[in-house]
Write a protein that binds this ligand. Structure first.
Ligand code: CP
Length: 341
C-alpha cells in the first residue's frame, strides 16, 4: 500500500498515449471524444495483457485500489478487483454492510479514512445519486470512480459498452443504438447516452411513458438545456424503435428504484416491451444485442435471444475487466505503455 508520503497523483499528468484530463471518473457528460478514445485504445492494450497465459504486469505495483460498495454488484466489483490485480495493484474490497458504516460512520468519514491509508483510487457504488461527487470533493488527492450512483450514472459500464460496440463496428458515427426498458431509473442509459453522443452515434430510447425521464416526449429530440440529457429520439412503440437498429440494448426494470404503480403488471410490460426474436427481425440484419446485466430473462429480454447469435452480453462482461484496467492505469498516472509489456 502507498503512504501519504508518496507524491500525490496529478490530475493533469499525461497518461499513456492520447488525451486524458480527469482526476475522477464520475460520469461521461464531461468526457470529450478524444478522452473516450484514449480509454478505448488503451483498453485494446489491456485486452492483450488479459489474453496472455499469465495475465500479470507490474504497471500499478505500489498503488492501492479500494472498492467501496454500498450497493450489491457482481460484474463491476469483481472486474475492478481483477483489473487492479492484473496490473499489480493492491486491491481491497469493502461492502458497507461489513464496514464501520453499520456503526454510523458517514460517507465522508469513510472516504477520508480510506484515503488516509494511502489509497490511490476509490471505486464507489452508492444508492444515492451524487454520492461519488461528494466524495471527490472531500479527498483532495487520489481519485474517485463512480461505479454506479442511484439512477444517475454508471460511466465505466458505458465505456465498456462503447468499447464492445467499437470492436464490432470500428466507428460508431451514425450507428443507431436503441435502448429499451426502464430508461428513467437506468444509470446505464444516462451514461450510455452521453458516451454515444460523444462518439457520434444516433440514440433511440424506448419504454412505457411512465419509465421515460421527465421532459422526454415521443419523437422529441430535446436540447440538453431542457432535459439534462443529450439529444435522443424517443419512442414508446418498440417495433418503430427497433427498425434498422445496429444495436439493441435491453435494460432491466430497476424495481429497487421505482416508487411502484408505474406499470400495470409485469406480464403486461413483458408483452409490450420484451426484446424478442420477432421484434429483433426489424433491426439491421447484422445487429448486436446487448444487456448491461443483471438480466431478468422472460421480462425485458427473451431467453432465446439472450443466448442467440446476435448476443454479445458475455463479451460485454469480458471487456469490462479490460476497460476498468485502462481506467485504473490512467487514473494512477500511467505515462508509458512499456509497463504493459
Ligand atoms: N452492470 C452492472 O453494473 O452489473 P453489477 O450490478 O453486477 O455490477
Amino acid at each position: 500500500m502507498t503512504t501519504t508520503t508518496v507524491p500525490p497523483i496529478e490530475s493533469t499528468k499525461p497518461a499513456s498515449e492520447g488525451a486524458w484530463r480527469h482526476q475522477h471518473v464520475l460520469d461521461l457528460d464531461d468526457f470529450g471524444r478524444d478522452e473516450i478514445e484514449t480509454v478505448l485504445n488503451l483498453t485494446d492494450r489491456m485486452r492483450e495483457v488479459l489474453d496472455r497465459r499469465i495475465a500479470r504486469v507490474p504497471a500499478l505495483r505500489g498503488h492501492t485500489v479500494v472498492n467501496l460498495f454500498y450497493e450489491a454488484s457482481t460484474r463491476t466489483r469483481a472486474s475492478f478487483e481483477l483489473a487492479g490485480k492484473v496490473l499489480g495493484a493492491d486491491v481491497i474490497s469493502l461492502t458497507a454492510s461489513a464496514s464501520s458504516v453499520v456503526k454510523g460512520e458517514s460517507l465522508i468519514d469513510t472516504v477520508r479514512t480510506i484515503r488516509a491509508m494511502g489509497s490511490d483510487v476509490i471505486v464507489m457504488r452508492h444508492s444515492s445519486a451524487g454520492a461519488p461527487y461528494l466524495a471527490s470533493e472531500q479527498i483532495g488527492t487520489g481519485s474517485i470512480v463512480n461505479a454506479g450512483d442511484g439512477a444517475h450514472a454508471h460511466p465505466t459500464q458505458a465505456l465498456l459498452d462503447l468499447y464492445t460496440m467499437r470492436k464490432h463496428f470500428g466507428d460508431l458515427t451514425g450507428k443507431r443504438v436503441v435502448m429499451v426498458g426502464d430508461i428513467s431509473h437506468s444509470r446505464v442509459a444516462r451514461s450510455d447516452m452521453w458516451g454515444l453522443a460523444a462518439m457520434g452515434a444516433e440514440v433511440v430510447v424506448c419504454g412505457p411513458p411512465t419509465l421515460l425521464p421527465r421532459g422526454l416526449r415521443v419523437g422529441d429530440r430535446p436540447a440538453h438545456a431542457e432535459t439534462g440529457l443529450p439529444r435522443v429520439r424517443v419512442e414508446t412503440d418498440i417495433t418503430k424503435a427497433i427498425e434498422g437498429a445496429h444495436v439493441v440494448m435491453a435494460l432491466r426494470l430497476q424495481n429497487e428504484r421505482q416508487q411502484g404503480g408505474l406499470l400495470p403488471s409485469m406480464h403486461e410490460y413483458a408483452l409490450q416491451y420484451q426484446v424478442t426474436a420477432a421484434r429483433l427481425a426489424h433491426a439491421h440484419p447484422e445487429h448486436l444485442l446487448m444487456h448491461p446485466g443483471p438480466k431478468n430473462e422472460g421480462i425485458e429480454i427473451a431467453g432465446d435471444v439472450a443466448s442467440g447469435q446476435h448476443s454479445i452480453i458475455e463479451e460485454q462482461v469480458t471487456n469490462g475487466v479490460a476497460v476498468r484496467a485502462a481506467l485504473l492505469y490512467l487514473l494512477c498516472g500511467g505515462t508509458a505503455t512499456e509497463a504493459l509489456r
